[in-house]
Write a protein that binds this ligand. Structure first.
Ligand code: CP3
Length: 347
């Protein structure tokens, strides 16, 4: 059993300073990542080569002494595991052969997912044994709605108009896709925990596209179902939910029956979050990733402001979204220093 600051924080222990890790902490901003990436075929080859996935997972932990590693993979391995064609085009992001009608997703199957994603689970096993006991290893998955966005759109999009048209016109068939994804995500998370992941995060990157009622049905409710099903197998494994860009609707996600923590994006005010969310649930977030690009005084001021507002309650320091490629690695080291040297004010 691994322990350490992050897991203990999720279990309710308070430390003088919060644990810290960063979404997308492995990636192109690190020269050592670019070296491994340049020497490996495609992005998915990197995800599916356990030695290399382990190496890039460990890089930011070695360099910065973060409290958690997050397994190097991608949310789109789930559609890949279901049999949808997924590839990454250099400089263009992910591409998928889009689902255009309900018959397209009748062809997707969970049967081969464990076998197809076995290299991810192998990477987790190896990484867990290479990591210090006090450093948590996080697994993750995309939430059903965000996966459906990429699967129907065939990649990223400015407005995700196709997925919305399908979901609003044909809610019954859209629900079937969401249900299939719930089952596949439960399999994927349980397999990651079986392999050694200490906690898992559900990324609902595009939740903010949905109006309130649909947000409930297609983001929150499926995420709660996933959490309950994962807990039926692994009752003690903490689940962190990240419903991005939903503003005050975050109030609905204070579900301590399902989630151990809520990851909040930069659009949520730290003061409001401390008052409305933190009394109910551990929070994670929410520094603007561009502050990490800026560095210097701007970074120091903003990180300290967040710590002063949220550092007194159950809290994990993180960004509001992922590290961007133009981030100078020295600024990450500066941020870790700021967080570790923070002194809670007594007022
Ligand atoms: O360090 C970590 O956080 C672990 C690895 C991780 C990646 N993707 C690696 C990656 C995680 C947790 C993800 C999640 C992910 N992937 C999300 C949810 C979080 C978010 O950012 O909103 C989403 C929407 C995706 C889908 C995805 N994968 C996109 C849109 C892109 C292209 C964007 C880009 O930065 O190029 C990817 C590719 C990707 N996933 C990269 C990395 C490091 C860049 C690929 C490269 O090396 O060129």
């Amino acid at each position: 059993m691994s322990t350490g600051k992050l897991l203990e924080t999720l279990a309710g222990t308070r430390f003088p300073t919060p644990p810290i890790w960063l979404m997308r902490q492995a990636g192109r901003y690190l020269p050592e990542y670019r070296a491994v990436r340049a020497d490996t075929g495609s992005f998915l080859d990197l995800c599916y080569t356990p030695d290399r996935a382990m190496e890039v997972t460990l890089q930011p932990v070695r360099r910065f002494g973060l409290d958690a590693a997050i397994i190097f993979s991608d949310i789109l391995v789930v559609p890949d595991g279901l049999g949808q064609k997924v590839w990454f085009e250099e400089g263009e992001g992910p591409k998928l052969e889009p689902l255009t009608e309900p018959a397209d997703f009748a062809r997707l199957t969970r049967a081969r997912l464990p076998e197809k994603l076995a290299p991810v689970y192998q990477a987790i096993r190896q990484t867990r044994s290479a990591l210090a006991k006090g450093t948590a290893l996080l697994g993750f998955a995309g939430a059903p709605f965000t996966l459906a966005c990429y699967m129907i759109e065939g990649g990223g999009s400015r407005d995700f108009a196709k997925v919305k048209a399908w979901a609003y016109r044909h809610p019954d068939s859209f629900s079937l896709l969401i249900d299939l994804l719930v089952d596949a995500i439960v399999d994927h998370l349980v397999n990651q925990i079986d392999a050694g992941a200490d906690a898992v995060q559900l990324f609902d990157t595009w939740a903010g596209l949905l109006p309130e009622e649909q947000l409930f049905s297609w983001s929150l409710e499926p995420m709660v179902r996933i959490a309950h099903a994962v807990h039926a197998r692994h009752p003690k494994t903490p689940i962190i939910a990240f419903p991005r860009a939903i503003g005050p609707a975050t109030l609905m996600y204070r579900r301590s029956d399902a989630f151990a923590a809520l990851s909040i994006d930069t659009g949520i005010g730290a003061h409001w979050a401390a008052r409305e969310l933190q009394p109910h649930i551990c929070l994670q977030g929410n520094l603007d990733p561009m502050m990490l690009v800026a560095g210097g005084v701007a970074l120091e001021r903003e990180a300290t402001r967040i710590l002063d507002k949220l550092g007194h309650g159950p809290f994990i320091f993180n960004l509001g979204h992922g590290v961007v490629p133009q981030t100078p690695p020295e600024h990450v080291a500066q941020l870790v220093e700021i967080v570790r040297n923070w002194k809670p004010s007594t007022s």
